[in-house]
Design a protein around this ligand. Structure first.
Ligand SMILES: C[S@@+](CC[C@H](N)C(=O)[O-])C[C@H]1O[C@@H](n2cnc3c(N)ncnc32)[C@H](O)[C@@H]1O
Length: 264
């Protein structure tokens, strides 16, 4: 038996190997010039920031939760813009490891948005936000309920995402998983049932078209440079995903939406 002891270090390395980061998402970060994976990059965050600072400035002092925080660029940007206490959660351990190593002063945790009650106390947050995350989650009602559970009365929820209509067609995201955009007709009812009062629903479809046109233009301009860092198949996958998304946005079978709600 002892003759196999020499294998132990190799087995341990195998177990501890960090999970691999989706290369197409790194391309996205490089093109966007920051660790963002949502439409509109900083412009979208600034849009939300302006609304929060003007309408609900008190939430800057409280606890904030970035759900599906990805690489952590959004949380870091908000921290630099005055938010005091930010937690970032994501179901993907590889992006949380990346965020933890790069951004300090923010608590990053690997967690499924559908089980936040296992991680946080009730009534803990005063601001909860999701930038392009709900489209990846099928059971939206469960997540909205979980968000309500960890938010205090009066807390603000911001959802920025893809929206769909009756004529929407199946789309795969960068990870190759089917997207489940927010069904505009149902979301108000889902929010209400989960304990949220809807304050504002804004159609951002026009903005999404411009933002994805800009992203694809940048891809064209930087293609040669990207080829020096990424495999051609990853660049092609990236391009195909966003060309298809832009096509759907132009056909109005996909849209963009911004929602603010208040915890009842
Ligand atoms: C398009 S990225 C957006 C990342 C980030 N919000 C941003 O704007 O840069 C979507 C993120 O949602 C995360 N995600 C998907 N389903 C999740 C879930 N059930 N719980 C937590 N995070 C989830 C993914 O791992 C991914 O990092």
């Amino acid at each position: 038996m002892y003759k196999f002891l020499y294998l132990i270090p190799f087995l341990l390395i195998g177990v501890w190997l960090p999970p691999e980061i989706n290369q197409a998402r790194l391309i996205l970060s490089e093109l966007r010039g920051g660790d963002f994976a949502h439409a509109g990059d900083k412009e979208a965050i600034d849009m939300v920031l302006a609304k929060i600072k003007c309408g609900f400035p008190e939430v800057l002092e409280g606890n904030c939760l970035d759900v599906g925080c990805g690489f952590g660029g959004t949380a870091d940007y908000l921290k630099k813009c005055g938010f005091k206490n930010i937690w970032g959660v994501d179901i993907d351990k590889s992006v949380i490891d990346y965020a933890k190593s790069k951004y300090k002063g923010i608590e990053f945790l690997t967690s499924d948005a559908a089980s936040l009650n296992l991680r946080f106390n009730r009534d803990f947050f005063s601001f909860v936000y999701l930038f392009n995350v709900l489209y990846a989650i099928e059971d939206k009602s469960l997540v909205l309920w979980q968000l309500a559970n960890v938010s205090q009365s009066g807390a603000i929820l911001m959802i920025f995402d893809f929206s769909s209509t009756e004529s929407s067609e199946p789309i795969l995201d960068l990870a190759g998983k089917p997207m489940c955009p927010i069904y505009t007709k149902n979301i108000k009812q889902q929010l209400h049932e989960a304990g949220w009062e809807v304050l504002e629903v804004r159609d951002l479809s026009g903005n999404f078209i411009v933002w994805y046109e800009q992203l694809l233009k940048k891809l064209d301009e930087k293609k040669q440079e990207l080829k020096g860092h990424f495999l051609e198949k990853d660049i092609a996958k990236f391009s195909a995903t966003y060309v298809h998304i832009l096509h759907q946005l132009r056909r109005k079978t996909l849209g963009g939406i911004l929602i603010y709600a208040k915890r009842i």
